[in-house]
Ligand binder design. Structure first.
Ligand SMILES: [Zn+2]
Length: 492
């Protein structure tokens, strides 16, 4: 029976979000060790679940080490990363003589206080322990920050095929199937990649629509072609101030590196030719409010993606709230805001209590300022709920629904993603019953909100996930890089 070391590590850095992500951040999201990686709390359709399914079907014994997920957040504290890495490396050392393969389910866009590419470093350290002949497979999120280091250790690299991401499980299945083939000697996977000097915000990464559907469609075609084992492109998390920032295409071929390189180059050409189509042109907030008020039906979904929690924002960006109050907006609206102080004040006032306080805008002062509100506490909850996409336990901390005029604000103690409706449902609120619903997500929300939204406005607002990348205070990125250098000629 083949024996495979299994570990998961996920975090998506936002360099413009203040603070650090520590082990408590992982614990609030996912931190399982040993047999718990395969057992309690899992089975919710993650990559690891796909890996487990293939392992069972193929009679592979998994050696589960750790599964850690911090969401999208500021850089990871060095000590938290070292805790996780050291467990993976210790297990690799302990098992090295009895292993046939290694499976790492990673995100790819992690950075720590000290390291720009901790996942690449960890995979390289695993390779150094297990030796050059053992197959190593890695699965990545589409927003992987792909680097030369990441290309160096694995034999197999696969990425998501969907945005909004819904193929977590399938990605694990694809990676594990290739690892099984490699262990059996039925395939000799080789990796080639092409790095691209371009970046674009996440709003146009949607694989159901051009241009992303065309690029991903070609990846899927390639995977059916002779000699190609896996093909993907990584449009990358845009809000990382890292020296190697830029898109990449990655192809795994069966023993033919030249074929893999030719296919990776073809995908890179497709990305470059479509780069202008990936730019986003957003709507000023006041214009969006006017259009929603004049439009039929509800809800009008307002994407405050510059403070996207799924992009690493703290979720305390109150730009939309400020504009709603300033314009005397009198229809219904539903918002989320992270503000632990305000949540505490609501709990002190109790249900039905009146509060007057500064709200939001406290966690990332380079982008936001608090706004004064007076309102009534409608409900109080412990903030624990199950997220729908992907299904996973979440904890928003003590959470209040504050009613300010006709506006309902879900005030959470910790950031919550609003890719789906579960954070609103947790607070007992139904987005369909509001004229305006705010989501703090650049694109992932469309799978859930798209079918019932009366319309969608992408708001032009400030924040750590601004789609106008040149407006952000990047310092480390290597130039030239499009669109920072808009006249950059084709890189080949
Ligand atoms: Zn992603």
């Amino acid at each position: 029976m083949y024996r495979v070391l299994l570990a998961g590590l996920k975090h998506e850095v936002n360099s413009f979000s203040s603070g650090v992500a520590d082990l408590d951040t992982f614990r609030r999201n996912v931190l399982f060790e040993g047999a718990d990686v395969l057992g309690s709390g899992r089975g919710s359709g993650q990559e690891i679940d796909g890996v487990v399914a293939v392992a069972r079907a193929e009679g592979v014994e998994l050696i589960p080490v750790i599964d850690a997920y911090a969401g999208a957040a500021p850089p990871v504290a060095d000590a938290a990363y070292e805790y996780i890495r050291d467990r993976v490396l210790a297990a690799a050392r302990a098992e090295a003589g009895r292993l046939d393969g290694v499976m790492l389910c990673l995100h790819g866009a992690m950075a720590t206080e000290s390291l720009e590419d901790p996942e690449g470093d960890m995979a390289a350290a695993v390779r150094a322990i297990v030796g050059s002949r053992m197959p190593i497979a890695v699965s990545y999120d589409m927003h992987c920050h792909f680097t030369a280091t990441k290309a160096s250790a694995p034999d197999i690299i696969v990425g998501f095929h969907t945005h909004p991401h819904v193929d977590f499980y399938d990605t694990g299945v694809r990676a594990m199937r290739l690892l099984v083939k490699a262990m059996r000697g039925e395939a000799k996977p080789v990796v080639a990649y092409r790095k691209l000097p371009m970046m674009a915000s996440a709003e146009r990464h949607n694989t159901s629509l051009p241009p992303a559907s065309e690029v991903m469609g070609r990846c899927l075609e390639m995977e059916q072609e002779a000699g190609v084992l896996a093909a993907t492109y990584f449009p990358s998390q845009p809000w990382m101030d890292l020296s190697e920032l830029g898109w990449a295409t990655v192809v795994v071929a069966d023993g033919d590196r030249a074929l893999a390189q030719a296919k990776a180059d073809e995908l890179a050409q497709m990305c470059w030719q479509r780069r202008e189509q990936y730019l986003v042109h957003k709507t000023p907030v006041r214009a969006a409010i006017e259009k929603a008020l004049g439009g039929a039906g509800q809800p009008w979904v307002f994407t405050d993606s510059s403070d996207s929690v799924s992009g690493g924002g703290h979720g305390d960006g109150n730009f939309l709230l400020r504009e709603l109050l300033a314009t005397g907006y009198a229809d219904t609206a539903l918002l989320t805001l992270t503000d632990p102080e305000a949540a505490t004040a609501c709990f002190a006032a109790g249900v039905g209590g009146q509060v007057t306080m500064p709200l939001g805008g406290k966690l990332n002062p380079q982008f936001f300022q608090p706004v004064m509100v007076s309102g009534r506490v409608k409900t109080l909850t412990d903030g624990k709920f199950t997220r729908d996409l992907p299904p996973s336990p979440k904890n928003a901390g003590p959470t209040a629904v504050l009613q300010v005029g006709t506006i309902h604000i879900v005030v959470t103690s910790y950031p919550v993603q609003t890719i789906d409706t579960s954070a609103y449902h947790m607070a007992g609120l139904e987005p369909r019953q509001y004229k305006i619903v705010q989501v703090k997500s650049p694109g992932g929300f469309r799978a859930v909100y798209g079918p019932f939204a009366a319309g969608i406005f992408e708001l032009d607002a400030p924040g750590p996930c601004d789609s106008e990348l040149p407006r952000l205070p990047f310092k480390r990125i290597r130039r030239p890089l499009w669109p920072f250098d808009p006249d950059l000629p084709a890189p080949w």
